[in-house]
Design a protein around this ligand. Structure first.
Ligand SMILES: [Zn+2]
Length: 246
């Protein structure tokens, strides 16, 4: 896998879907000129692309594509989640940090796609670069709150910081004696809970803190005041009309 190509890392799963284009762009590159994206608020609100053309016309953390124009999200450590429906050839881009994930933004996106004719068994999802369990320290009280919710899958976390053998810079140091939380895992579990097949979910497992390009982690900037820039991730259908194979 090439983490540093101009287009950014690739999802082997989405690469199989010839009817779409997508990118998890490196941090700092502008969004495609015609992309629709919301004023992101860590909410569960998902809207149609037309409601965010021009970008940031309204507050939303997910955008459903309703034309050939790309739908996008911007992230630093939060999860950029790209959805593709093989049945209707709809696409969606979702911004899912911990707050938005717990608010249900992934479920909102699935609801919106289903309301427009998608079936969960036909959904394909890729989770792009985001802070990993190697660097995401979280207060143990937050984990306890999650464990107290019966609508959530069992979260994954560890007291010992996981070593990341693929890190290209030092992993985050503990700052508040928290636990090391696996947000991509929680997102994947939520997608599975909604009925998306495991073989249709691709987690890239690229930690923005210790693995991806410099200046792409909000938390790294919090620790070192080194600056950061947003990463735009986007997806679009290539052509109007007929549904063919995948
Ligand atoms: Zn890391």
């Amino acid at each position: 896998m090439d983490n540093h190509s101009p287009r950014g890392p690739r999802s082997a799963l989405l690469d199989k879907l010839a009817w779409l284009e997508y990118a998890f762009q490196p941090a700092g590159l502008p969004a495609p000129a015609d992309a629709a994206y919301g004023q992101q608020r860590h909410s569960a609100r998902v809207v149609l692309a037309g409601q965010n053309q021009p970008p940031k016309s309204c507050e939303s953390d997910g955008v459903i594509g309703d034309s050939l124009s790309p739908v996008a999200v911007y992230t630093a450590d939060c999860l950029p989640v790209l959805f593709a429906d093989a049945g209707t050839h709809q696409v969606a881009a979702v911004h899912a940090g911990l707050q938005g994930t717990l608010a249900g933004v992934l479920g909102s996106a699935i609801d919106s796609l289903q309301a427009r004719g998608a079936q969960v068994a036909g959904l394909y999802v890729a989770i792009g670069p985001a802070i990993g369990p190697c660097c995401y320290e979280l207060g143990s009280d937050r984990v306890a709150q999650m464990q107290a919710r019966d609508d959530l899958p069992t979260p994954r976390w560890s007291v010992e910081q996981p070593h990341n053998p693929l890190a290209v810079r030092p992993q985050a140091r503990a700052h508040h004696q928290g636990v090391w939380f696996d947000l991509p895992y929680l997102a994947r579990e939520l997608l599975l809970q909604r009925g998306i097949p495991a073989s249709h979910i691709d987690v890239l497992n690229l930690c923005t803190y210790c693995m991806t390009e410099t200046g792409s982690s909000y938390r790294y900037n919090t620790h070192f005041a080194s600056g950061y820039q947003s990463r735009f991730s986007w997806i679009r259908r290539r052509e109007e009309g007929g549904v063919t194979s995948l």
